[in-house]
Design a protein around this ligand. Structure first.
Ligand code: G6P
Length: 372
């Protein structure tokens, strides 16, 4: 009913508006005296001390959160991480042992593909940790440990606020496991916590200042037949998520690519008028990566692409060759995905709405897929 939607036109609109609190609530209560302290993990240090390898398993949007999380876990703990689709992992004769930590990510905690993969990993001796949004659901019950995301109930089939909460929880856990293993530099931890705590107001800034313009842009693009998304490093999974969201709710062909892969194939798709979203990394992170993505924009623009850049405030290098620039506030590079994804969620929702579609209940999809 309209009451449950709290006055919003759809659950998805309500849930996108709740992205700031999803992050804030996931951080809340997990930082004590400047240290990461996750109540659910108290007394479980021995699970993580001897870990030599991390395998992240998930499906759909949760898998993309895992791809983002890999960068943070590797950066802060220096433990190698692989991210696999749960259904691919299970039947791959996987190599895991007692020194492997399998982290599953699931909003519902009931996705059968993910559950069966976790059970298989446990059978093979791995330690298992669940990142989950639903208290008491099956995957956390089948795992050695759980870190809950506190995004609140998510009703729309396409996941939005749960995604930002999943990345937040993965980052908190990345700091935690680095700390448990004695490899966490306090200054790095302090900076990461400050970045996490600053995110909600930055996401709110995007909603307050860019949402109307993004929805207008989506409205103009209602007849578009194909949209491409490019990103690099942590921006790559965000490109994949932007494409998935558009497919799921607007039924438009959409594909995400690693920007560096452009010249190895995808550039052949670019013809005059082709819309391409480009997630531009901050020049404050890596000047080289920033320049390379700017070059990608120039290359596709020269072939007639219509470029919509998502770039931090003040990045003027995007101006000469982007047709549209959607701005996000400044953040440290690892935290940019939590901002860059917001315009893409708004865009997918805006385009589906402009096409007159039911954004909460897309055809052929279910919120929680409980069959393998
Ligand atoms: C379904 C939903 C997706 C979701 C995926 C994983 O396919 O339509 O939105 O990302 O399942 O769900 P989970 O509950 O495991 O995060």
């Amino acid at each position: 009913s309209a009451a449950d939607k709290g006055g919003w036109s759809s659950f998805m609109a309500k849930e996108v508006s709740e992205e700031p609190e999803a992050v804030a609530n996931t951080v809340r209560g997990r930082v004590k005296d400047g240290r990461i302290s996750i109540p659910e993990l108290e007394g479980l240090d021995e699970l993580f001390v001897g870990i030599e390898r991390v395998v992240i398993l998930a499906c759909g949007t949760a898998y993309y959160a895992g791809l983002v999380g890999k960068y943070a876990i590797e950066k802060w703990s220096r433990i190698p991480v692989v991210v696999e689709l749960a259904h691919e992992f299970r039947y791959s004769d996987p190599i895991v042992s007692e020194s492997t930590l399998v982290i599953s990510i699931s909003q519902s905690g009931e996705t059968m593909d993910t559950l069966m993969a976790v059970k298989e990993a446990a059978r093979l001796g791995a330690k298992t940790l669940s990142i989950c949004n639903t208290q008491g659901s099956t995957i956390p019950r089948e795992s050695d440990a759980v870190v809950y995301t506190h995004a609140g109930p998510e009703v729309a089939v396409a996941s939005t606020k749960a995604f930002v909460a999943q990345i937040t929880a993965l980052y908190l856990f990345a700091l935690h496991i680095a700390d448990v293993r004695g490899s966490l530099d306090q200054a790095v931890s302090d900076e990461a916590v400050a970045q996490l705590e600053a995110l909600p107001s930055k996401i709110q800034w995007i909603l307050d200042n860019e949402q109307d313009r993004i929805e207008q842009l989506a409205g103009w693009m209602a007849d578009t037949r194909s949209v491409l998304f490019l990103g690099r490093h942590v921006g790559y999974p965000i490109a994949l998520e932007g494409a998935l969201k558009l497919k799921e709710i607007s039924y438009i062909h959409a594909e995400g690519f690693a920007a560096g892969e452009l010249k190895h194939g995808p550039i052949a798709l670019v013809e005059p008028g082709q819309p391409v979203f480009v997630v531009v990394p901050s020049p404050r992170g890596s000047v080289t990566m920033h320049q390379k993505v700017i070059s990608n924009i120039e290359e596709i623009r020269a072939r007639g692409a219509r470029v919509i850049a998502i770039a931090e405030q003040g990045d003027s290098a995007v101006l000469p060759s982007a047709d549209e620039v959607l701005r996000i506030p400044l953040a440290s590079p690892l935290f940019e995905p939590l901002l860059a994804v917001v315009p893409l969620h708004i865009f997918a929702m805006g385009l589906a709405t402009a096409k007159g579609l039911d954004v909460d209940q897309p055809r052929n999809l279910a919120k929680s897929v409980t069959v393998e």
